[in-house]
Design a protein around this ligand. Structure first.
Ligand code: NAI
Ligand code: MG
Length: 333
């Protein structure tokens, strides 16, 4: 029986890159039935709701979704459907692996880092109070429950995949109570994982260390906004947003998505790199224990990415979304 997966094709480059992933999965014979559901700017324009109830219900029913990027208007407009999705489904762990790709020229050949970003609170709870037109108060939230489970998820991952170090990023020198609590809980939880080498780093130093000596990190765990920035930085170490996958994982549901946005500057031009969404879909296959399909597609992707004739322009290649997809399908066999 096929596994049902909810598919959100999203905005901007979303439809092009989801079509690429579906083509590759079909060619590889992955036993998945896609159930399309709307979200984002197009859904908002069509239905007045960027995250229609029907979409939420489908994810609740099938538990797993693959989601292309959604456009969120800056300033006035609707609240991010991504943030609503993460909060409604309590997808508390945002997991972003970055690993150097053979043949892709970057600053270092040997980066292998997984960032665990707390996904439900911090400064993302959306509490912005306009005091008057020239003054705005921003309120964040750090709780023991949310901190414990994200730090535990990072330590569990390190244990499962035999990774040595977990480094917690914080700003407890300035934000003493909030990120101070996160730091304190970090050391409490770490006691349960004696095999994991646990340490902490002030977040601005971590940014510098990531650029200077990224090899020192295995797993990074941090709060929401810091995690957003650090994981994008890490993505730049391995070829950028076009190749970095992500997963939003909770107790009951999991939504897999690329780190990048809807890239309106290149949308509809056959230029988008589908690799990040493809790698997100591969994380999904591992999550579903479809390991043979994972291995086969992953090997074909690495082979295709190493070829400058076929990889896309963001990686210095000459390929398009379509030609890259075709080459990858050929490399499956
Ligand atoms: P972006 O990630 O869309 O684009 C940043 C730069 O990276 C652009 O130059 C873009 O062309 C390039 N890029 C991104 N993905 C690429 C790919 N697959 N292949 C080749 N080049 C790629 O970030 P930006 O411009 O900040 O945001 C655009 C929109 O996306 C906004 O509305 C934002 O809210 C939304 N967004 C949505 C996310 C999601 O749905 N998870 C995540 C981040 C942003
Ligand atoms: Mg980001």
């Amino acid at each position: 029986m096929n596994q049902n997966v909810v598919l959100i094709t999203g905005d901007g480059i979303g439809p092009e890159i989801t079509s690429s992933v579906c083509t590759i999965f079909k060619e590889a014979g992955v036993p998945i039935s896609w159930i399309e559901a709307p979200a984002g700017l197009r859904a908002y324009e069509d239905t007045g709701n960027p995250l229609p109830e029907e979409t939420l219900n489908l994810i609740k029913e099938h538990k797993i979704a693959l989601k292309a990027p959604l456009t969120t208007p800056v300033g006035k407009g609707f609240r991010s459907a991504n943030v609503t999705l993460r909060q409604t489904l309590d997808l508390y762990a945002n997991v972003r692996p970055v690993k150097s790709l053979p043949g892709v020229q970057t600053a270092y050949p040997d980066v292998d880092i997984v960032t665990f970003r707390e996904n439900t609170q911090g400064l993302y709870i959306g509490h912005e109070r306009v005091i008057d037109p020239d003054n705005v108060e921003l309120i964040g939230l750090i709780t023991r429950k949310a901190s414990e489970r994200i730090i535990r998820a990072a330590c569990e991952y390190a244990t499962k995949y035999n990774l040595k170090k977990v480094t917690l990023g914080h700003k407890a020198n300035i934000l003493k109570e909030s990120t101070g609590l996160f730091l304190k809980i970090g050391y409490e939880v770490a006691k349960e994982y004696p095999k994991v080498e646990f340490s902490d780093m002030i977040i601005d130093n971590m940014a510098m260390q990531l650029v200077m000596r990224p090899q020192q990190f295995d797993v990074i765990v941090t709060t929401n906004l810091f995690g957003d920035i650090m994981s994008d930085l890490a993505s730049g170490l391995v070829g950028g947003l076009g190749v970095t996958p992500g997963a939003n994982i909770g107790e009951n549901y999991a939504v897999f998505e690329a780190v990048h946005g809807s890239a309106p500057d290149i949308a509809g031009q056959n230029k988008a790199n589908p690799t990040a969404l493809l790698f997100s879909a591969l994380m999904m296959l591992r999550h579903l224990d479809m390991n043979e399909h994972y291995e086969r597609i992953h090997a074909a992707a690495l082979k295709t990415l190493a070829d400058t004739e076929v990889r896309t322009a963001d990686l210095g290649g000459k390929g398009t979304t379509a030609s890259f997809t075709e080459a990858l399908c050929r490399n499956l066999n």
